[in-house]
Design a protein around this ligand. Structure first.
Ligand code: FAD
Length: 316
């Protein structure tokens, strides 16, 4: 039988790539109110203000400039310029020192799939951002997109890490390959964010059953926690959070040798609880006008969000 929440999720993920739906949605006045739960700001000043706020509450931050599926080189350059601007502004404000604020990049937004030279273009753009980040005392993390991009992204990661060894990677527990990737990357100096995965993937490459994804998350977490790298446990799931804490204790990791990460706006009280228990918690802060794809993936993660959004539209 077809499961309604799976149908809903698939429909939302399909809509997340449709520009005509995006154009209709972004023009609804109510949209901004609902979107701001997940995307609190659009301008550079908003990003600096939001990061300063997070740091003042004992949180760390990683900033994501929203934008994906770009179609020309000028847009890729625009994405790079946006990151350089964040780094300059936040560096001057003292927010990047000691990696308190770092930056999450999508290689697709830096040109990865623009023609035959796309990977080279994305690598050079990412390298420039990584250099600016290093000069400002911080680092970058390469977000992971759908499975067709994994090998290319890990290849670019390897090249970047030759000059900037603390460049972070993201691995997705829903992919069947990920335990192997965890083993490859669980080495000294290597920062790895482990998440469940947010894209629609075929069964040939991904676990589609939630329970299987959770089991694989735990196996991957074990590999990373037992390894020599710096694990970044990106999840809002109470079971995964407990297990990460348990594993860290079991292997005797100090609280500064790994961290929790959560997306802005999803579980702020849980962030506070973890901080009060002495854990490091980094919040992923999306910023920018092009919030549509990101927002639709967040809706797809939780059917209740759709009802919330629909009610807001009707009560307009
Ligand atoms: P779930 O089982 O999905 O959720 C557990 C609980 O969290 C839910 O019951 C609910 O209470 C709460 N929750 C989860 N999502 C929502 C929501 N949208 N709204 C309200 N409540 C919610 N994915 C990628 O594919 N590539 C990336 O590069 C990437 N980077 C990420 C970076 C960070 C810091 C984080 C936290 C996630 C990232 N993700 C990325 C997304 C991730 O893959 C999952 O889609 C997302 O985190 C939901 O999985 P979960 O572990 O929270 O567990």
């Amino acid at each position: 039988a077809l499961d309604p929440s799976t149908l809903m999720r698939d429909a939302l993920l399909a809509m997340s790539r449709r520009t005509e739906v995006r154009d209709a949605m972004v023009n609804l006045p109510v949209t901004s109110r609902v979107v701001s739960r997940y995307v609190p700001g659009e301008t550079f000043d908003d990003a600096a203000r939001d990061c300063a706020g997070l740091l003042s509450q004992g949180r760390l931050a990683t900033v994501d400039h929203l934008g994906e599926d770009i179609t020309d080189l000028a847009q890729a350059t625009g994405t790079k310029e946006a990151y350089l601007r964040y780094i300059r502004d936040m560096g001057e404000a003292g927010l990047t020192e000691g990696g308190q604020v770092e930056f999450s990049l999508k290689l697709s937004a830096l040109g990865q799939f623009l023609g035959a030279d796309g990977e080279k273009v994305a690598l050079e753009n990412a390298r420039e951002i990584a250099r600016a980040a290093a000069n400002a005392g911080t680092t970058i993390t390469l977000d992971m997109e759908d499975h067709t991009t994994t090998d290319s992204t890990l290849g670019i990661l390897r090249e970047l890490r030759e000059d900037f060894p603390d460049t972070g990677a993201v691995l997705q527990a829903y992919l069947r390959r990920t335990q192997g990737d965890c083993r490859d990357l669980a080495t000294a100096g290597s920062r790895v964010r482990l998440c469940k995965g947010a894209y629609k993937e075929p069964e040939s490459v991904a676990f589609t059953d939630d329970h299987e994804v959770d089991l694989n998350y735990v196996e991957c977490a074990k590999i990373l926690m037992h390894g020599d790298g710096y694990p970044m446990m990106a999840t809002h799931d109470p079971n995964m959070i407990d297990i990460a804490g348990f594993l860290a204790d079991q292997v005797g990791r100090s609280t500064d040798s790994w961290e929790f990460q959560m997306l802005y706006g999803i579980r702020p009280q849980e962030e506070e609880r973890l901080i009060s228990e002495g854990y490091r918690v980094r919040v992923y802060l999306p910023n920018g006008p092009d919030w549509y794809g990101y927002f639709m993936r967040r809706l797809a993660e939780r059917p209740a969000n759709v009802a919330f959004f629909a009610r807001s539209l009707l009560s307009r």
